[in-house]
Design a binder for this molecule. Structure first.
Ligand code: NAP
Length: 241
């Protein structure tokens, strides 16, 4: 994986999985454009890893195009920013549902359209990795909006792969299970809650953010030249139990 002269846009780069992806890409020579919505996170990141930064809130769909215009051309895209809301199905509010759908599915669509149009216009190949979730195919209690948004992202991944493939553009997703980001650690620190889930994972543990980042790098890379339209479980085998 030699990404010298390659520019990679990573959304959600301020924390968690996106944050873990940036230094790995930089180690392989990529110029990373890190997008998130908290300037302090981006300043801290840029003080540790050489990268360009964009501070914007992807929930504001109308400003996405102008926010990233200055970062083009981009060679590879990682749609990692994601959000959730905890509401039971019968209490799910339309505004919250739309907010989660906008950040998790509509914003990745808009960003992918921006870079794909540019690639098609210039006649160059490209790759996109969408960070989805195992929740895309599960019924996780109190996560109607989140599960629907990740299922939408998976569906979009397949359509993008089908339509953009002839232009040399590959699109895949990674679908992690519980990942021990700071928030993940907090949410899953209670053994009573965590142990039954871990027991169903053949490898017996949750993920570290870097382990998801490594899968993202593989799917972006030329080593995955014929991998297209895949929603890759990164879950220690949970999906087969
Ligand atoms: P995280 O630790 O909360 O980090 C998410 C990053 O994205 C943060 O920097 C956050 O900024 C940024 N972000 C969120 N909403 C944004 C918006 N509207 N505009 C711009 N940036 C935004 O989350 P994570 O656990 O790494 O999750 C990353 C992705 O993996 C998400 O798509 C998530 O659904 C998926 N995933 C996570 C897990 C898990 O267990 N952690 C499992 C499966 C899938 P702020 O901090 O300012 O909000």
């Amino acid at each position: 994986m030699d990404w010298k002269d390659r520019r990679v846009l990573v959304t959600g780069a301020g924390k968690g999985i996106g944050r873990a992806t940036v230094p790995l890409l930089a180690e392989h020579g990529a110029t990373v454009v890190a997008l998130s919505r908290d300037q302090r996170d981006l300043d801290l990141l840029a003080s540790e890893v050489c990268c360009e930064t964009i501070c914007t809130d992807l929930a504001d769909l109308d400003v996405i195009e102008t926010s990233v215009a200055g970062a083009l051309p981009i060679d590879l895209l990682v749609n990692c920013a994601g959000t959730t809301t905890l509401q039971s199905f019968v209490s799910t509010e339309i505004a919250e549902f739309n907010r989660v759908m906008n950040v998790n599915a509509v914003a990745p669509m808009i960003l992918s359209q921006i870079v794909a149009r540019d690639w098609l216009r210039r006649g160059v190949a490209g790759a996109i990795v969408n960070v989805s979730s195992d929740a895309a195919r599960r019924g996780v209690e109190n996560h109607t909006a989140y599960c629907a948004s990740k299922a939408a992202l998976d569906a979009m991944t397949r359509v993008m792969a089908a339509e953009l493939g002839p232009g040399g553009i590959r699109v895949n997703s990674v679908n992690p299970t519980v990942t021990l980001t700071p928030m993940g650690k907090l949410a899953w620190s209670d053994p009573e809650k965590a142990d039954p889930v871990k027991a169903r994972i053949p490898l017996g543990r949750f993920l570290e953010p870097k382990e998801v980042a490594e899968a993202i790098l593989f799917l972006l890379s030329d080593e995955a030249a014929m991998v297209n339209g895949v929603c890759l479980p990164v879950d220690g085998g949970l999906s087969i139990t």
